[in-house]
Design a protein around this ligand. Structure first.
Ligand code: BG6
Length: 483
């Protein structure tokens, strides 16, 4: 299977925070892979901007190292690396001061697509946008890319939106949620809207419940100070899990274009009920062996921040009323696994009797690792002795089904950066979407703070606090194992 690559025209990409972690781990390696795929033409310029004093040669060295570390060996070739790094430059710039900006103005062309990637903390978004404008650097075809966290609550997100809107039109603002760049996440839309099979069943008449698990084995060590102000709700649920809920729950858009898709997602967020405290379980990991506890990782002995969150979500609209969505995410859990399970109802009348051991149908969407989907169907257990039933997977691992083309599954950042260059906002969050997500999140956080709720401790390597299991057990349902 051959993967089509459509090259773009030469562009100028400026990475503010050009020596930072995201640039080194994701942006530069991703751009290199697109260059190797033939998508980035000669004449493109990638400009790292940061406060340090680096030369072009130093920056090219940094890029060589990051490619060496974060690109698979089979995609690395000395010759390609050298032609790629020749497109890289470095500029010393201070977002909060005037030095460096005139040099940037001289360097960035106005007659090509300009991308300004704000790979920095949100407090610098406004000052960067202002200086790009004041120094007459950004042209009409400029695009800015902003990273999460986009605000800390509704008020701060609104303030950020207003700040950016002073200098850039909404059509120029690309708010990244890297979950939207994951191959299987986009496949959710293909599965739902390019097949006739699922859509008729995709509602509360046929779906018993939906479970979404994003579990990680890492702790928060190294970024405890950020995480402790955020917690699982702000770090994962308000954005990544919310986007997954939207793609599963939304109505079919009339077209696959940015606003049609984002209008439908927004309707889902606006239809979310506030979750009652009885349907939320917050947890915090304990220490285990040499592994520190959350309290030690966050360096905050008083911390009430959750490193785990499970909740039962209701969507009040025609399609989903009566079908709960169970979400859970956490650090230091048993395995790294992101999965969506659409669990269907039982057939209205079972003809095979109680001994048949019927299991309900499930559509499992594996986001990571081992991207793919499988559908659990019920068949007859082989052999004589009556009609006993068993549950078997109709498996579609992308690696198996796609063969070599599975190697071309791009990293989320790689795909999203190319979408910015092409000017496609479909996989980026619109300002009103982010605000609606915060408007849903804020009252729950405020309420548990006001009550002084403490997160429940859980053992590293487990599937979270016992109460999270009870969230489903008490309703006769079960979480899928985290393995
Ligand atoms: C980030 C969160 O946005 O997503 C991290 O800030 C989390 O806490 C990460 O670990 C998970 O991303 P992925 O792609 O590894 O699932």
């Amino acid at each position: 299977m051959v993967t089509r690559v459509i090259p773009v025209d030469p562009f100028d990409l400026v990475i503010f925070g050009g020596t930072g972690d995201l640039a080194r781990r994701k942006i530069i390696p991703g751009l290199y892979r697109r260059f190797v795929a033939g998508q980035i033409p000669v004449g493109t310029r990638i400009i790292g901007a940061a406060r340090g004093a680096l030369t072009d040669a130093d920056y090219r060295d940094l890029a060589r190292k990051s490619i060496g570390e974060f690109v698979q060996e089979k995609s690395r070739s000395q010759e390609k690396i050298e032609s790629f790094v020749a497109a890289l430059h470095f500029l010393k710039i201070d977002a909060m001061a005037e030095n460096g900006w005139d040099d940037l103005a001289k360097m960035v062309r106005k007659d090509v697509v300009q991308v300004f990637y704000f790979s920095v903390g949100p407090r610098l978004f406004g000052p960067l946008a202002k200086r790009l404008n004041d120094h007459n650097i950004s042209a009409d075809n400029a695009r800015i890319v902003v990273e999460k966290p986009f605000g800390h609550d509704l008020a701060s997100a609104q303030a950020l939106n207003q700040e950016l809107a002073e200098y850039f039109d909404e059509s120029q603002i690309y708010r990244i949620d890297h979950y939207l760049g994951k191959e299987t996440v986009q496949n959710l839309m293909a599965v739902r809207f390019a097949n006739i099979l699922f859509e008729p069943l995709w509602n509360s008449q046929y779906v018993d419940h939906i479970q979404i698990t994003v579990s990680e084995t890492v702790g928060v060590g190294g970024r405890g100070a950020y995480y402790d102000k955020s917690g699982a709700m702000r770090d994962m649920v308000q954005n990544h899990l919310m986007q997954l809920v939207c793609l599963i729950a939304m109505e079919p858009p009339a077209q696959f274009d940015p606003d049609s898709v984002r209008d439908e997602k927004l309707k889902v967020i606006r239809a979310l009920d506030t979750v009652s405290p009885n349907d939320i379980v917050r947890g915090q990991y304990r220490a285990q062996g040499d592994n520190p506890s959350y309290i030690e990782d966050s360096e905050n002995p008083e911390s009430k921040t959750e490193s785990f969150l499970a909740m039962k979500l209701k969507i009040s609209n025609w399609r989903w009323n009566g079908t709960p969505f169970y979400l859970r995410t956490g650090k230091r859990l048993r395995a790294r696994k992101s999965e969506i399970a659409v669990v269907f109802k039982d057939p209205p009348h079972m003809i095979f009797g109680d001994n048949a051991k019927h299991r309900c149908n499930q559509l499992l969407i594996h986001l990571q690792p081992n991207e793919g989907m499988d559908m659990r169907v019920t068949i007859k257990e082989p052999g004589p002795g009556g009609m006993r039933l068993m549950d078997v997977p109709l498996d579609m691992s992308f690696a198996e089904a796609l063969g070599e083309a599975a190697d071309n599954i791009t990293d989320a950042y790689e795909r999203l950066v190319m979408d910015v260059i092409r000017g496609d906002q479909t996989l980026f969050m619109r300002g009103d979407e982010v605000e609606a997500a915060w408007a849903w999140t804020d009252p729950m956080i405020e309420a548990w703070k006001a009550r002084g709720d403490l997160p429940k401790p859980y053992d590293p390597g487990s599937s979270g606090p016992e109460d999270a299991l009870m969230l489903m057990h008490k309703e006769g349902r079960r979480w899928r194992e985290i393995t």
